[in-house]
Design a protein around this ligand. Structure first.
Ligand code: SF4
Ligand code: SF4
Length: 384
């Protein structure tokens, strides 16, 4: 295992962290039914191979992720890994007191403190709520009492919001979605570099785009193989991240022991600068091929936003593209129906046309939104 300095702290974190959000299940239809024996074996294996950062959150696996992580980190494993968990900021809208969540989390985790505590999934609205409800003042007190070690945030919104959050409060670390396809998505590469330049540790989530970068089309696989590198698609995705010095640690959301073993093996030889210029060119081409397969030529530049009705145009288009780029109908459908907020849905479009005037790709956005909406509605009826 390799280690990197965790932002301003005197802590060397393993470049691979374990994200406990896709643990093995007993019942594939029930997120809460973690196969505890297998999950515990994976957590112990990771720690035995040098992983010292375990990431969980209040809602993962219907609350069972924190419970299973808490149990797995008993006894001899207790002090060998730091635990990160997250405050569910979307539950604070009525300025509900955060303390009750922290108390519940400490109980689930069987600990008297959380090493790393994140404000979960901040976007511009939740950041407003955090400020309005004085959550940061509460977090300062929790830190002073020793209940929280260090404070960070995970993020899902645009670059300007990301920078504003970093400029407003001295967080120790942040967690962003970042991979070789999503270079300009949300915080993106510019956000990564901005956070690092301000001294924050940067934890990367979704390094393989939720497993999509493992299911690469044949054409992309061939292009990567032409470099002469004998790497799997997962290794390519991880090495692209570790090649960048601004990346502090990368969370593996492995759901099998085999995936975890492979990620750990890759972490054993990864280092900054491992990619040769020809490797980077191959990844550029992989990105171009993947974008070319996409039926809607959206580059996720975000120029069309904000939509006055709140429709999250690039995200909706991204889900549709995902079905064809990665043959991932099931994952796209789940995200469309369960993670897209009500105001972000295409049915809110009133066809004002403002977005189309701003789109550099000249996409007929109104028409495409209707197509996407119909597609997912039809696919959900067929699945029933
Ligand atoms: S046309 Fe629809 S999606 Fe575009 S800005 Fe207007 S309401 Fe939003
Ligand atoms: S402006 Fe066009 S290309 Fe850019 S995110 Fe919006 S729809 Fe996609």
């Amino acid at each position: 295992m390799q280690y990197r300095k965790f932002g301003p702290l005197d802590f060397q974190v393993s470049i691979l962290g374990l994200g406990a959000m896709r643990l093995p299940l007993q019942d594939p239809h029930d997120e809460g039914s973690i196969d505890e024996a297998q999950a515990t074996a994976m957590i112990h294996y990771a720690i035995d191979h040098g992983v010292n950062y375990i990431d969980t959150a209040y809602p993962y696996h219907k609350g069972m992720s924190e419970v299973v992580v808490g149990k797995a980190l008993q006894g001899t494993y207790r002090e060998r890994a730091k635990v990160a968990t997250k405050l569910p900021t979307w539950l604070l809208e009525a300025c509900e007191h955060p303390e009750k969540y922290l108390r519940e989390q400490l109980k689930r985790l069987r600990r008297d403190h959380v090493d790393f505590y994140l404000l979960h999934a901040l976007d511009r609205n939740r950041w407003e709520t955090v400020l309005k409800c004085r959550v940061l003042e509460w977090a300062e007190q929790a830190k002073a009492r020793g209940d929280i070690g260090y404070l960070g945030f995970s993020f899902h919104d645009d670059l300007a919001t990301f920078k504003r959050i970093i400029d407003t409060y001295p967080f120790t670390f942040c967690q962003i979605q970042y991979n070789y396809l999503d270079v300009d998505f949300q915080a993106g590469q510019e956000g990564l570099r901005y956070a690092a330049s301000k001294g924050l540790a940067v934890v990367v989530m979704e390094p393989l785009k939720g497993g999509q970068l493992v299911r690469l089309p044949e054409e992309v696989r061939r292009r990567l193989a032409a470099t002469g590198r004998n790497w799997t698609p997962a290794a390519w995705g991880l090495l692209w991240l570790w090649n960048q010095k601004e990346v502090t640690t990368v969370l593996s959301g492995a759901s099998t022991m085999r995936e975890l073993e492979e990620n750990i093996e890759t972490a054993s030889f990864a280092h900054e600068g491992i990619l040769r210029p020809e490797d980077l060119v191959a990844l550029e081409e992989a990105r171009r091929i993947l974008r070319g397969i996409a039926p809607i030529p959206c580059t996720t530049c975000h120029y069309c936003l904000p939509c006055p009705q709140g429709v999250n145009i690039p995200f909706v288009f991204g889900l549709y593209n995902r079905v064809f780029q990665f043959r991932d109908l099931e994952g796209a459908r789940r995200t469309y129906f369960h993670f897209l907020r009500p105001e972000e849905r295409p049915e809110n479009c009133v066809e004002c046309g403002v977005c189309e005037e701003r789109c550099p790709q000249k996409i007929p956005i109104r028409e495409e939104l209707k197509k996407v909406q119909d597609f997912f509605q039809r696919s959900s009826q067929e699945a029933m």
